[in-house]
Design a protein around this ligand. Sequence first.
Ligand code: ATP
Ligand code: MG
Length: 764
Amino acid sequence: MSELLAGLNPDQLAAVTLPSQHALILAGAGSGKTRVLTTRIAWLISTGQVGPHGLLAVTFTNKAAKEMLTRLSAMLPLNTRGMWVGTFHGLCNRLLRAHYREAGLPALFQILDSADQLAAIKRLLKALNVDDEKFPPRELASFINAHKEQGIRAAQAEAWDEYTRRRVELYAEYEAQCQREGVVDFAELLLRAYELLSRNEPLRRHYQTRFTHILVDEFQDTNRLQYAWLKLLAGYGEYGRAAGQIAAAEAGAGSAAAGAPAAIFAVGDDDQSIYAFRGADVGNMRDFEREFAVKSVIRLEQNYRSHGNILDAANALISNNNGRLGKNLWTAAGAGEPIRVFEAFSDIDEARFIVDEARELVRDGVERDQIALLYRSNAQSRVLEHQLFSAGVPYRVHGGLRFFERQEIKHALAYLRLIANADDDTAFSRVVNFPTRGIGARSLEALQDAAHRANSSLYNAAAGLAGKAGASVGAFVRLIEALRRDTAALKLSEMVAHVIDESGLRRHYLGEKEGAERLENLDELINAAESFLREDSDALAEAAGDAGAVLAAFLAHASLEAGEHQAGEGETAVQLMTVHAAKGLEFDVVFISGLEQGLFPHENAAQEREGLEEERRLMYVAITRARKRLYLSWAQTRMLHGQTRYCAPSIFLDEIPPALLRRLAPAPAFASAPAFTSGYSGGYAAGRAGGNGGGGGKASGSRAAAGSTTEVRGLRIGQSVEHARFGVGVIVAAEGGADARVQVNFGAAGMKWLALDYAKLTPL
Ligand code: ATP
Ligand code: MG
């Protein structure tokens, strides 16, 4: 056991070996919170204070849960099978599978991911003849999810105006549709699991007695419903603060603490709260302290992850936020290298720079998977991917279009879902005419009407459909029935293979020009099923050998799992992900790209203080992922959503002390636009590998441009123009008003300001 505790600092040791009581570990990035939590689990088990089945641990991602189990089995001779370690969604799914009847769900209920949910809502609006311009499906989805996250059912939702009243009605219709189809969305998983425990006293008592220790990582990002669920499990029925409907429902359930409540061990960092937009509430940390009368609040202040300059940058940045719980982070590691800042002409230049730099690092011996490319928005990955691909650098995108979200995979899963649950109308609509079998929109509408009238699923309504529509839809239903019959005795991976072949999917993609990758992915799905059988012991333990249950467990896994099975597995690859997806991870080298006003901080958030503070916490998370080297970059122009944007650098760049930065001047090779480097005293002199070239001076040239205007009298920055004397040039700055003028880079003829009233410029 001493081995287990060796290497912990005194605060960490104190946290790991706390007696069984509620505790909050409040500590900054890289201070060992996750390590402490994992070690505490091992310590609790190895000292016999709890068996592996008496504790429940919540992590933020499936990846983190897997890592935790791997680390645990390395620390202890332990079979981690069946341990309750997972994400909130994963654990709730498990609870509902085990008690589906009590939860009012079919045995093989299916999970709708966000895209499925949107499709289901669109279908609903269509069936009800609701104008989707007036009630945009995406907005309706947020409306429903936000209510569920606060524990509010449609029946309890309040509406003060007609529009909201209508939305509440649609929420109720959506609830009914999901129930009829036997499907649950992500928010529903949590709400159902919460309601299950709050309404079913024997069950609640069972779990309250079973789990004597509850451990939660990333506590700052739990939402109200998750917090309420934890409280129920821990045997706390009293709500210290009005939590809306959750408190009301709970009071009705009359949950008193059953015996000794479980000890909750929560670790978190208020500065890394980045899910407020999804209902997470840092207030939970303060509530937890108060409501659970937490006696042990431990702070960890030593950072073991990052070099000094990186940590100083993070500390300086986050000090601009108000209302922090307050922490000091220090490191025993030296200052390390300065943070590199790169200003690119365009997003393409930026990507080229990053990829080139990454290749050099790999040549110098850095492991590829120790290099992370982080960005604020998923859309930014495309340019980076393109450059990586062209340069032949293996890479892996996390999040984004996850494996299980790809079109061909969703098609194959839809067939499997129909085998498991014929009432799943989302799955039915997806593949009834894919591959095409001549079922037109009109037939589908007839079917939808019939189903609506009979209040039945599409599948069941198919039998009663007459005419040509009836014949073609009937053939589809027979196909599903044949698939169900023929796969009944197969093991999961064989079943998947059979479905891919017999549904016609394989033939369809064989005939498609760009189908090769999709076929690879379909084969990867067979592999995923195979490794699910081998590895996902938890689900199997629940499924206990029943083929239908195994399929349902696999489909749940597919809905919950981030795409960790990307092609090229086994090969080390540069890691691409959004900052949100990088939470809790660490890398030797981190690139944060797109540091531009409106992009990071994001334009939706930059307007109000709260939004800006959340963006700043996001930036804090991004910076603190880096161990040794950090690059920050931005581009003067960027193509986003089909438009060229002219960008000013992010204010976050200004919030890092200049002494920590080294500004890299663009090398000529990177300049795809005519060079203008007015912000740099020395032009290219500093060089990319050179000394502190910019001397911390701001790259102000383009900021001035962005401060004025991007377009004047039909001329735009970035546009090519011709001048009778100076020749062809590119507009690099513009000013409006009565004396409107533009600055043009004419290459050899130099940089000129030209008044538009006088100069004759021909746009090219
Ligand atoms: P985050 O807030 O980003 O989730 P964290 O607080 O969870 O960070 P960990 O990921 O647990 O931090 O630890 C950061 C790094 O520091 C890990 O590589 C971990 O192994 C290492 N570390 C933590 N404690 C120690 C220690 N006492 N000695 C050496 N290394 C440590
Ligand atoms: Mg952590």
